[in-house]
Structures are given as structure tokens and as C-alpha cells.
Ligand binder design. Structure first.
Ligand SMILES: [Zn+2]
Length: 260
């Protein structure tokens, strides 16, 4: 399955969901396509969506749900891993829901559907925060060469090298072993051109970590580009603000990738 086929399937499925239809009504009101006080039946909304397919209202709705409610990036990677046999799908039949599926069914069947947008926002922010804290990063000490990986939530506010105490720690999403090889080649003076690029990147991340500590590591583990991180991090004081900004920038990044 290629990316295009996946997006086609996803679009068809998404435009049929309650989330999409509800959002469509909001956007249509904003665009004055339907009167503010007009109540619409589910069928009327479905017809309306069909009628306005491809219109600005439709596109705007799609943009909004794609950046807020669905995670196409990860869905695609997950499906790909199934196709490549990196993951296996196993069906287990039971007479009742497992605790996890219960949670999912509950959420889908009513909670998410009737949730106020502000609550949904809060839920999204909480999940972004949890994701960043659970991420593991490879840390490289630019002073003594120590390399290790630590889960973000176990880091102190001002991370230091466990060997020499330096705060000049590079933080990367790249595998520890790969970083070790690159650093080794670099020290021995046989760095390749892509190694130099990575070293340059490590230096930039170390600059951020030495100044902004754990917040920098959290930001670097997101999908936001380092240029953006360098720009906004000086203005950020705490993790909740960081999550807010990262959530916005990740949405923009996703939009850029899927809508252009
Ligand atoms: Zn060190």
C-alpha cells in the first residue's frame, strides 16, 4: 500500500465519522453556510457534507480534524509495520471487553462525541505531554564523550553528564549505537560528510540543553524542527507552555505534510 492509497482510504473513512460531521457543522456555521441557530438531523448533516464535498467548508473541516483528531502519520507507520511483518495482528475472542478495549469503546461511543472542544483540547494537550515525557532520548556529553539513553521523565530539570558533570549534553532521537559510531569516526578524524552534519546538529542540541535543560530535551523529542525550537524555547518557562506550543507546531507540520 502506498501513501496515496492510504490517504484516499483514510479520507473516505474520516469524512464518515461523527467527529468530522460535527466539526463540519461548526465550520459551516462559521462560513455562514448554515444559520447559527439551525438544528440539523444526522441525515441532513450527511447530505450537507456530500453536497459541499471539495468546497472550502469541506477542506477547512478536513484540515481541522486532521490536525486535531486523527494521527495519520502514526496510523500509516503502524499499517506499514503490519504489512512488513514487523508487527503482527492477533485476534483474541472473549466474552467481554478487556480493560483497554473498554476504555476505547467508551471513548469512541460517547465521551469524545459529546466532549466540549475545550475539554478535547485539554485531553490532546495531556496526551502530548505524556508522549513527550515517555520518550527516550540518546544523550551525548560533548565534554567527556559519555553516551547513554534516558527516558525524558527520569531527567532532572538541569540534566548533567553522569560521568563528568558537564551540562553540554546533546540530545537525539537517534539510536545510541549509531551515535557512538559517528562520534568515534569523528574523534579519529575520519568523519563522513553526513557525520559532520550530525555533529553539527548535536552541537546545536547541546547548546539548547545547556541553556534550557530538560525542557530542551522534551522539545527535541517532539516532531517540531530544531529551527523552530531554537526560536520559541527562550520564551518558554514551564512544561505546560511547552506542550501548548509543541502541539500547535506539530499540527502545522502535519498540515504542511498532508495538505500540500
Ligand atoms: Zn561528560
Amino acid at each position: 500500500m502506498d501513501e496515496k492509497t492510504f490517504i484516499d482510504y483514510a479520507m473516505r473513512a474520516i469524512t464518515r465519522t461523527g467527529i468530522f460531521k460535527r466539526k463540519f457543522v461548526h465550520v459551516a456555521r462559521r462560513f455562514n453556510v448554515i444559520k447559527k441557530d439551525r438544528e440539523l438531523s444526522d441525515l441532513a448533516i450527511t447530505n450537507l457534507v456530500e453536497l459541499y464535498k471539495g468546497s472550502p467548508v469541506f477542506t477547512e473541516t478536513l484540515k481541522e480534524v486532521l490536525t486535531r483528531d486523527f494521527d495519520l502519520d502514526n496510523a500509516y507507520m503502524f499499517l506499514k509495520s503490519l504489512i512488513n511483518n514487523e508487527r503482527k495482528l492477533v485476534t483474541i475472542e472473549r466474552s467481554e471487553f478487556s480493560p483497554m478495549s473498554r476504555e476505547i469503546v467508551d471513548k469512541i461511543s460517547h465521551r469524545l462525541e459529546v466532549m466540549a472542544p475545550e475539554r478535547l483540547d485539554k485531553l490532546i494537550r495531556e496526551s502530548v505531554k505524556a508522549r513527550l515525557l515517555n520518550e527516550s532520548m540518546t544523550l551525548v556529553c560533548l565534554n567527556c564523550g559519555w553516551i547513554g539513553s534516558i527516558r525524558n521523565k527520569d531527567l532532572p530539570d538541569k540534566p548533567k553528564c553522569p560521568r563528568c558533570g558537564s551540562e553540554r549534553l546533546g540530545a537525539l532521537k537517534i539510536d545510541e549505537e549509531k551515535v557512538r559510531q559517528v562520534m568515534e569516526r569523528w574523534r579519529e578524524g575520519r568523519a563522513r560528510s553526513e557525520d559532520n552534519e550530525l555533529i553539527e546538529y548535536i552541537n546545536r542540541t547541546a547548546e539548547l540543553v545547556s541553556r534550557y535543560g530538560k525542557l530542551a530535551v522534551l522539545a527535541l523529542s517532539s516532531r517540531v524542527r530544531i529551527d523552530d525550537i531554537e526560536e520559541f524555547l527562550p520564551k518558554i518557562g514551564d512544561i505546560d507552555k511547552l506542550v501548548l506550543v509543541i502541539n500547535e507546531l506539530e499540527k502545522r507540520e502535519l498540515k504542511r505534510r498532508f495538505m500540500e
